[in-house]
Design a protein around this ligand. Structure first.
Ligand SMILES: C[S@@+](CC[C@H](N)C(=O)[O-])C[C@H]1O[C@@H](n2cnc3c(N)ncnc32)[C@H](O)[C@@H]1O
Length: 171
């Protein structure tokens, strides 16, 4: 394990994992548009995915963007995009401890990826000014918010989609 990789993640590399050198420059900039408030302070405490999450969480939107929430209260579910700020970014093969074999980063929903963007489809309970209360978020308290979109079951749901390698969740 290189010194750079150690800096990336104090958890280190597991057996079978492969890290690469990161590119020298970034290609784009983005704005954090808020923070997500959750009950979880350690990664180990977080739900593994949005469907395992039953806690009410608060999305604190930067007030400058609050006007962008107009009409969103009519949505039952929202797609929340967020930045997994504590994830390493250099892995191409990963061995999450709950799987027997390593898998490619892009075949996984791990937070460790070149751009650690996560998404959850969350149930929208209410909107009060610049705060949204949702259920179905799996991130650490204080995780930066990137975007919010309405979930359209008509276009976003693909009920017959499969992930063939996964032992339990082929669907
Ligand atoms: C397996 S990922 C799934 C992410 C997301 N639902 C997705 O599919 O895009 C969820 C895990 O990421 C970890 N995590 C949560 N917040 C994080 C953060 N801010 N930085 C790094 N890792 C985080 C926790 O271990 C959590 O259980």
């Amino acid at each position: 394990m290189t010194e750079a990789a150690k800096d990336q993640d104090p958890y280190g590399l597991r057996e079978g994992e492969v890290a690469v050198a990161l590119p020298e420059r970034f290609d784009a900039s983005l704005y954090y548009i808020g923070r997500i408030r959750t009950p979880w302070r350690q990664r180990e405490e977080c739900p593994k995915n949005a469907r395992e999450a039953d806690a009410e969480c608060t999305i604190e939107l930067d007030p400058r963007w609050a006007g962008g929430l107009k009409d969103l209260e009519t949505a039952s579910h929202v797609i929340v995009l967020y930045w997994m700020h504590e994830a390493r970014r250099d892995l191409v093969l990963q061995a999450p401890h709950h799987y027997a074999e390593p898998h490619g980063t892009f075949a996984l929903r791990s937070p460790a990826r070149p751009n650690p963007i996560a998404l959850s489809v969350a149930r929208l309970l209410r909107i009060e000014a610049d705060r949204l209360t949702v259920v179905g978020i799996d991130c650490l308290d204080g995780t930066p918010l990137l975007d919010i979109k309405p979930y359209f079951a008509s276009t976003d749901a693909v009920p017959d989609a499969i992930v063939g390698w996964h032992p339990e969740r082929k669907r």
